[in-house]
Write a protein that binds this ligand. Structure first.
Ligand code: IVH
Length: 685
């Protein structure tokens, strides 16, 4: 039995590692998220029931480090060098001339070109294939130990896979790479930070660096970090002759390597490829500030030596900065779906990174005040990758005195209702829940999250203006004849829209949760919630304490979620969606359904003698039962601890069997039937 379980656990780990590799390293997943989640859940449950089989390289162990007070310093095995820069192709040619002179005349040079990702250098140590230590670059000699944080990054291999057909993992391998955040993930993170009233990041690099230098690894785990590797810093038992071999070796060992790296036989080809990247930089999914051109032969690189901290054998060919100056003509304000007032600058049109821009974000009113940005100012505007252009700073020297200071609006520009700035938050809110501007945003958010094809901002505004939609619940009650009356709608487009709305009734639970537009609940938090709750009903009953106990959720999230579901408007909206047949639960929830507690629903109240609430939930779920938050007629058992709450009274009223921790354990061990367990000697109130 134990052997079977151990084998199953190992099998699950292999499968999960394989699919992690396909997803995070090769970017080519072969199974759906739900299938993956089911594997992970089964592994978690087996490990919860058999903690003796947990190993540090199990995929479940990515989160779990403790909160630290400070980082420990680590010495690098070899200096972590930096790079010299070239700002145009002639400077690259000049570098080539310089190194040519230092080499024997007949040396034939090849070059590897690698996109230079703007992230944070990390150094990863493996011993016998196991990830042992991860550090930041620091000053190049010593960095900081961020092992627990790096373990949470899914593309960091926790072990180098042992392959029957390949060489064994090296005794020791120290790899250098860049941890980074994709632009879309960065934008999503900033959106969710802003909604939570927490600090936003200026660019993906800062977001990656800030996320990795967290004292609490659980915070890092919630951030969408990725990795590319490009160098072997130290090793034992392997010999690599060229940079190109290094990249292939890293790939073979399961490390993520940028697929856009390329090898060239002469410098002009390498320059042409680099310039092609420069033109394509806006299409890259990540922020790159240039390319690195490296001499391919490692012995030649070595022989070229180092100037200061820069090895002569490679050079960073930097992309031109994307900054421009223009005049801030006016202040615009968007009202977001949670009521946030988002200030933006209306600019005199200016060319930037190949496009003309007329608007740029001003982030929030605190930022405006801190940078002292005024209407009429000449300002520096920046654009990084696909990221929305932003106003960087005013050019104070160019002021004429006619500039106007920007103040926090006292009234919502869309509906005129008063605004509110909660203590400790940067955001300013419109307090009117019926504000039409918020409604439009919520409708857009619902349509895009629930994949109602073709329904964007323009249509949302049109439908709201014509009184057809007041909230997203109205989608499911739209009448064909009403839509046909709208400008631009013919029979076919109307039917297409109605079909798209109909199709949206069947989205996975995580999507529905995300689509509700709860403050702070983006797709990541929604995924987490959908793993813990199997219907919107169940989620709506969860108390802030229960929500807060979920990894990845903080007190602000928890109270926002609880407040959202406590509102009468939400209740009506959910009712409306339910009545229309929008699916609000996960039908085939991938959970353990066999075991001694199969099919039984538990409610827990009070403090248990040895188990925390979380452990009790895990124990019950691992044995096939489920735990819900509120007592109802459908509850099979109340698990009772010390100082129980109102759930105890309710369970007694409903005549629900009441058990204690010992009886729960007995049920799991198959020793006792807990029926009629109500006669526990407890004080009657
Ligand atoms: S090579 C001696 N390759 O750029 C090795 N660096 O400005 C020097 N970077 O600190 C680094 N992608 O953080 C190299 N493919 C790549 C890179 C890369 C990003 C970063 C790295 C480095 C910085 C130097």
């Amino acid at each position: 039995m134990a052997v079977d379980i151990q084998q199953r656990i190992e099998k699950l780990r292999q499968l999960i590692r394989h699919h992690d590799y396909l997803y995070y390293v090769l970017d080519a997943p072969e199974i759906s998220d739900a299938e993956y989640d089911a594997l992970m859940r089964e592994l978690r449950e087996l490990e919860a029931a058999h903690p003796e089989f947990i190993t540090p390289d199990s995929p479940t162990q990515r989160v779990g480090g403790e909160v630290r007070e400070q980082f420990v310093k680590v010495r690098h095995p070899a200096p972590i060098l930096s790079l010299g820069n070239a700002f145009d192709s002639d400077e690259v040619r000049a570098w080539h001339e310089r190194i040519r002179k230092l080499l024997p005349a007949d040396t034939k040079l090849q070059f590897v070109v690698e996109p230079k990702i703007d992230g944070l250098t990390v150094v990863l140590h493996y011993e016998d294939g196991l990830f042992m230590l991860g550090a930041t670059r620091g000053d190049g000699e010593t960095g900081e130990d961020i092992t627990a944080n790096l373990r949470t990054v899914p593309s960091v291999p926790l072990r180098i896979p042992v392959r029957t057909d390949g060489p064994p993992p090296p005794r020791r391998l120290v790899v250098r790479g860049e941890a980074y955040m994709r632009i879309v993930d960065f934008e999503e993170l900033n959106r969710s930070q802003q909604e939570k009233g927490e600090k936003t990041f200026a660019n993906p690099r800062n977001a990656a660096a800030g996320s990795l230098r967290q004292l609490d690894p659980a915070v890092t785990a919630s951030r969408p970090l990725r990795l590319f590797t490009y160098a072997v810093v130290a090793s034992e038992g392997i010999e690599l002759r060229t940079q190109w071999e290094v990249l292939h070796y890293l790939m073979d060992m399961g490390f993520p390597v940028n697929p856009d790296n390329a090898l060239f036989d002469d410098l002009e080809q390498a320059i042409a490829y680099s310039e092609q990247w420069m033109r394509k930089r806006d299409t890259l999914p990540y922020e790159a500030d240039g390319v690195v051109i490296k001499v391919n032969d490692l012995a030649t690189q070595e022989s070229l030596g180092v100037v200061g901290k820069d090895p002569r054998g490679m050079i960073a060919f930097k992309f031109p900065a994307r900054e421009a100056t223009t005049r801030l003509k006016e202040l615009g304000i968007n009202v977001g779906r949670t009521g946030t007032l988002n200030p933006f600058a209306i600019l005199e049109p200016v060319r930037l990174g190949g496009v003309t821009i007329e608007r740029a974000t001003l982030h929030n009113f605190e930022d405006i005040a801190r940078k002292d940005i005024r209407i009429g100012d000449m300002v520096v505007v920046k654009r990084a990758g696909d990221v929305i252009p932003q106003v960087e700073k005013p050019i104070v020297e160019l002021r004429t005195g006619a500039e106007k200071v920007i103040t926090i609006p006292q009234h919502c520009p869309a509906c005129g209702a008063p605004t509110h700035k909660p203590e400790g938050e940067v955001a300013v809110y419109c307090v009117n829940p019926s504000c039409p501007a918020q409604a439009v945003q919520r409708i857009i958010h619902w349509a895009s999250t629930m994949d109602i094809e073709g329904f964007g901002e323009r249509l949302a505004q049109l439908f709201v203006d014509h009184g057809l939609l007041r909230d997203f619940g109205d989608f499911y009650y739209l009448k064909r004849e009403d839509i046909l009356k709208l400008p631009g709608f013919a029979e076919k487009s109307t039917d297409n829209l109605l079909a798209a709305i109909e199709a949206s009734k069947n989205r996975p639970l995580a999507r529905v949760i995300a689509a509700l537009g709860i403050r702070g609940v983006g797709s990541i938090v929604a995924e987490t919630l959908a793993q813990y709750f199997h219907s919107i009903d169940e989620l709506s009953r969860a108390s802030p304490e229960v929500l807060q106990s979920i990894p990845g959720l903080g007190p602000v999230n928890a109270s926002n979620i609880a407040a959202f579901f406590a509102s009468e408007r939400t209740r009506q909206l959910l009712e409306k969606l339910k009545r229309a047949g929008v699916k609000m639960e996960e039908e085939a929830a991938p959970r353990v359904t066999t075991g001694p507690l199969a099919g039984k629903t538990f409610v827990i109240t009070g403090t248990l003698p040895t188990l925390t609430r979380e452990q009790a939930i895990q124990l019950i779920e691992a044995n096939g039962g489920r735990v819900v938050d509120a007592v109802s007629k459908k509850t099979d058992y109340l698990l009772l601890g010390e100082n129980p709450g109102s759930k105890y009274t309710k369970a007694r009223e409903l005549g629900i069997p009441i058990i204690d921790e010992a009886q729960l354990r007995a049920m799991i061990a198959g020793k006792a039937e807990a029926k009629g367990a109500t006669q526990l000697s407890l004080p009657t109130e």
